[in-house]
Design a protein around this ligand. Structure first.
Ligand code: CMP
Length: 137
């Protein structure tokens, strides 16, 4: 069965949106196979965001992701990789369509990084790589 790696970022945890976000994942029919709440380590973040190293938003992104606990999730289901990304909505919460997690719950906080509540893997290869980072066992 297809699986993906989802992160509820520090803004989602701090704003008390974990329950709502999990409910949307489950209501869509995806299964939650693993879940952990903790603050990310510097090694996990540099591995997870390796492709963005050198971009202007990289350091603000890593700083933001270190601000507080995150929830890491393995979810599975038919088409869960593109399906969760469409549930999440566009990267920019202001542009994200109503009905999506970012469109309904996120907004532009006017900072250097998109505080956009969630991350979802973008391909089978990314999902397996990211699951290996957040759930090494
Ligand atoms: P995520 O899916 O975690 O992958 C990379 C993250 O970088 C993205 O969500 C946003 O939080 C952030 N990001 C991507 N593009 C930009 C951008 N142009 N400006 C600021 N932050 C960005």
């Amino acid at each position: 069965m297809e699986r993906t790696l989802i992160l509820i970022k520090p803004d989602g945890v701090a704003r008390g949106l974990v329950g709502q976000i999990l409910a949307r994942i489950e209501a869509k029919g995806y299964r939650i196979d693993a879940l952990s709440l903790r603050t990310a380590t510097a090694d996990e973040l540099s591995a997870h965001y390796a492709e963005h190293e050198g971009k202007p938003f990289y350091q603000p992104l890593v700083d933001f992701m270190s601000e507080g606990p995150i929830v890491s999730i393995i979810a599975s289901g038919q088409g869960v990789i593109p399906g969760f990304r469409s549930l999440a909505g566009a990267t920019d919460p202001t542009a994200a369509a109503p009905g999506t997690i970012r469109g309904d719950l996120g907004r532009d906080w006017g900072e250097k990084v998109q505080k956009n509540l969630v991350h979802g893997s973008d391909s089978v290869e990314s999902a397996e790589r990211e699951i290996g980072i957040w759930f090494p066992a």
